[in-house]
Unconditional design. Structure first.
Length: 318
């Protein structure tokens, strides 16, 4: 009797094993993600084209009106904002797009004209509203010898944006003056705030060497820069100078061509909103860099035909 029961149990187990094997053979194979050695792309990782709005853009520039270029800049900014919102841990972009060609009877209200103060002992000039005006080529920023009895030997001009910016593309089209001891500055700037040191991103050309440009950023009280040959004389004609500031990189462009890029942890720590500033200044202190002031060249006039900003780089603006 026990032998019969044992034989029956063996038959049941054999049937169960056969059924399990049949089910295994019928089941579909699991789908493999990607090829051998590949990993699936994460949905949150944008393509290089998505992360760089300028990727794949041609170098030609069509003839457009200022209004259409500004409208396109706003559309590009909206697209960039949507893309950046998907990236966690990133501070938002700040600042509205504009293109300024200085064609009106007076300076636009977006600008504040510095007046009645100086940047300290290292500058040889104070700032005066009388040194900023409009001319046939656009904005004129003058630096010249001051009247006898003035506290400073020079009087200079400076304009600052009223709004502050975080990230985006800044551009200016200008012709700089020649002259030993004088400097043309185009830069973004965050003032000292308690224990926080100033931050800035610079484009500077000294009057004694208008064939070179200084491209610098300041973070944590320390400047990091590069001096480049322009391949032309910036005092001879108008040229376009731009800087693109992103959370990961700073890219400088001249006449639409990228000439320098800075990356790294210090660049990523540039997060404070900054003003957009243009000025002309002189010095009797930093003479190893600028040379001695030659007053016979006074006045020195910086001519600016266009200043523009877009929240994301999508090609030249001016």
């Amino acid at each position: 009797m026990l032998r019969v029961l044992g034989q029956g149990l063996a038959v049941v187990l054999l049937c169960a094993y056969a059924l399990g094997a049949w089910i295994t053979l019928r089941a579909p194979a699991p789908e493999r993600l990607g090829g051998e050695g590949e990993r699936p792309a994460a949905a949150s990782e944008p393509s290089p084209e998505a992360s760089d709005p300028g990727a794949g853009e041609g170098t030609g520039q069509s003839v457009e009106t200022e209004a259409s270029r500004l409208e396109q800049a706003k559309l590009d900014a909206a697209a960039a904002a949507r893309s950046s919102s998907a990236k966690r841990g990133r501070l938002p972009q700040l600042g509205e797009a504009f293109i300024e060609t200085f064609e009106g009877p007076r300076l636009h209200e977006r600008w504040y004209v510095s007046d009645g103060w100086s940047n300290g002992d290292w500058t040889a000039n104070d700032w005066r509203a009388s040194q900023v005006g409009l001319g046939p080529n656009g904005l004129n920023i003058r630096l010249e010898t001051a009247e006898p009895g003035s506290e400073k030997v020079l009087k200079g001009g400076e304009v600052q944006s009223r709004q502050r910016f975080r990230y985006g593309y800044f551009e200016v089209r200008m012709r700089v003056p020649r002259g030993s001891g004088v400097v043309t500055g185009v830069f973004t700037y965050a003032h000292t705030d308690g224990a926080l040191r100033p931050e800035e991103i610079d484009i500077e050309i000294t009057g004694r060497d208008t064939r070179h440009v200084e491209l610098t950023y300041h973070q944590g009280g320390r400047p990091t820069g590069k001096r480049l040959a322009l391949g032309f004389d910036a005092a001879e004609d108008f040229h376009t100078y731009g800087v693109e500031w992103t959370p990961d990189a700073i890219r400088w462009r001249i006449n639409g061509r990228q000439v320098h890029e800075a990356r790294g942890p210090r660049v990523q720590r540039l997060t404070r909103p900054q003003l957009f500033i243009l000025n002309q200044w002189g010095t009797e202190v930093l003479t190893e860099w600028t040379g001695e002031i030659d007053h016979s060249g006074s006045p020195w006039v910086l001519e600016v035909s266009c200043v523009a900003y877009s929240p994301a780089y999508a090609g030249p603006l001016c």
